[in-house]
Design a protein around this ligand. Sequence first.
Ligand SMILES: Cc1ncc(COP(=O)(O)O)c(C=O)c1O
Length: 415
Amino acid sequence: MIVAIQRAKFGAAAHRDEVGVLPTPFPRTLGPNALKYLEEVVQSGLLADMTHRFESAFAEELGVKHCIATPGCTPALAALAAAFPFEPGDEIIVSPITDYGTLQGLIRENYIPVFADTEPGDVNLSARTIEPCITDRTRAVLVVHFTGLVCDMAPINALAAKHNLIVYEDACQAVFSEYQGRLAGTLGFAAGFSFDSEKTMGSDVGGCVVTQDDELAERVRFIGQSRGGVMKPHYGRLHAEPGYAYRMPLCTAAISLAQLEIIREQVVRRDRMIRLLTELLDEIPGVTPLGIPEFVNVYSCWMTGFRIDPSAFRCDAEEFARQLAEAGIPGAGQGKYYLMPEALTFLAENAERKAYPYSTPPASREYRYGPDSCPNAKAFLEHFIRWSTFCEKYTEEHCHLAAEIVAEVAERNRV
Ligand SMILES: Cc1ncc(COP(=O)(O)O)c(C=O)c1O
């Protein structure tokens, strides 16, 4: 018997039923050259090296040496996890508030994710919350710039240097956000980006790895894209390691290249609008918008949201969000499911029954995962409401309208 599962939806399909009085990202605004580049791919009979063109253009825009285009951020981070010289049972410290895509690769490599808590009232981890998680098995820190808010990277990098750890970034939600004048994705040893159609630089299902390091770039191409295949003279292909075929398709590269030509302008707009919306939401009693720290000088903001003070309202975050969606904010919803130590139920099960790599060895101690692994993150998400339909189409009028809707729902439910 086939058991019907309500499967998760992605890209445009995830937004199909969203309606309201505010814009949604779909239909996406595509760069004026999208058709021209797509035509080049078709006219050339697939000879046009569009993927390489996109890689060079993105690397140049970011000011990095290497961009390796992939079919998404999940594969980008998986290729990185496979490329690093870590062993099963090694620990990677990671943000607890994120998407499964952050973790998929490192779990498949049998590394052990260790969730550092977030700062109280914040969506991101910090050097202060990372430090107690460091052990003799820690090899790396994978930071997530959640919603596009860049983590405070200077203290994180200083701490990592002290312990000889690699720092790398999940910059999926932070395309062209800036930290102290430097772009997200250039603040660690490497980074993964997403160009999924609903993301900031929506280009269908794309992504990439960026790094300054020649050796790592070569290794990502070998293990992440060439399936670990080596050409042996007088023989042919040998597979020295199990690798992946995570290569960005030419048509996605064509769209990504066109999107890259308009993204910087769109990000300027997102930054301006999210700062206005933040100010407006901040005036509503019982509502606390996501804070924008001073070190974030450009906030490309993929998703916006705020926390409600549970003592100020008669309803919980889920009901508050339902009323927001009904009142016209498309896709408004609660955000509890971003708590990875709770949402990845297989992690808790595997750790509990000491399935590999939680057996010893390769693990060196016991691990536990659950809703209470990261109390600050849990407390934050319990009352967090978000909408990922915030996009480059927002005008000042839309920001005022969004804030009016939030204020109206707040008044309706106030104790
Ligand atoms: C923080 C974060 N990392 C990784 C991913 C996975 O990206 P992709 O859909 O491109 O694989 C997502 C997707 O939502 C994300 O939000």
